[in-house]
Design a protein around this ligand. Sequence first.
Ligand code: NDP
Length: 328
Amino acid sequence: MYLASDARYENMHYKRCGRSGIKLPMISLGLWHNFGGVDNPENGRAVLRRAFDLGVTHFDLANNYGPPYGSAEETFGQIYLKDFQPHRDELIISSKAGYDMWPGPYGNWGSRKYLVTSLNQSLKRMGLEYVDIFYHHRPDPETPLEETMSALDYIVRSGKALYAGISNYNAEQTRQAAAILRSLGTPCLIHQPNYSMVDRWVEDGLLEVLDEEGIGCIVFSPLEQGLLTDRYLAGIPADSRAARPRAFLKPDDVKAEVVEKVRRLNEIAQKREQSIAQMALAWVLRQKAVTSALVGASKPQQIEDSAAALNNLEFSKEALVEIDTILL
Ligand code: NDP
């Protein structure tokens, strides 16, 4: 039996998501890895419990998280049933469709057929009546944007999602999507792009558009899947993402020059009395347009460490220059 901590709202910071009524925890938890059918569900359960006890009220999923596809939503559904059902109204749970999910022409990209049926499947797997946010996971160059956005509008009106979001859209695509959604009466709540100290593409126009349009921004992989942490300072640990057979992060990504840069970043982090992960999170959160940093965690201690990033979000000009000198 899980009894959530009474202190869960004491330390987390909640930031308004664009110009909406929703506030998100500045640290959110994603279930892309560590919650699949191949993973230990009890570990996933411990991570979710620890996260919620720390005030992490937002859990992010997608139809194809696993492996296998769909299994992260199933694992989440089982844990939700045991531990989180009494807390449904305290949670923001999101899912997405847009990447490869099932065979044939209707299980990928951005058609109304794919989005609506995929969300129906996601709800079933998670045992939920609705998700809080439903995203189109990536732009589809072939489907008219009007069709994809009107599918999001329909999904919100049908009550199967409370808000609509987009992910991986560039600045111009975001402006167009936001205009269509606004004209339909379902404003775009949030955008989910990748952003980290080493991947700064959002600074080239997207953050500005989000600010102007009043759309929130939750940034994924702010730790570069673990590269911007102490994980790889002494080689590739057997239990790390880079060592996992089907992970996106490959052993070849853990290059000596990358590790050397992270070692130098660690010296700055130590002066700030932070772990490298904490500094990397504070770095993305310093942007006014960024609402939340969406992290993964393979152990409860990691979400604990990440949440504590909020204890020091300030950067001196000198520290920012020092970081850029190492990375750029
Ligand atoms: P991160 O960059 O946060 O990487 C998470 C990994 O970093 C963990 O699995 C762990 O690695 C390591 N780690 C996490 N915290 C710490 C810590 N405090 N100290 C040391 N190591 C730590 O994010 P993810 O790549 O996992 O992505 C986060 C979420 O973003 C996903 O779950 C998903 O919800 C979303 N996402 C969305 C995408 C989209 O297209 N919209 C694409 C990708 C992700 P290890 O496992 O080795 O222990």
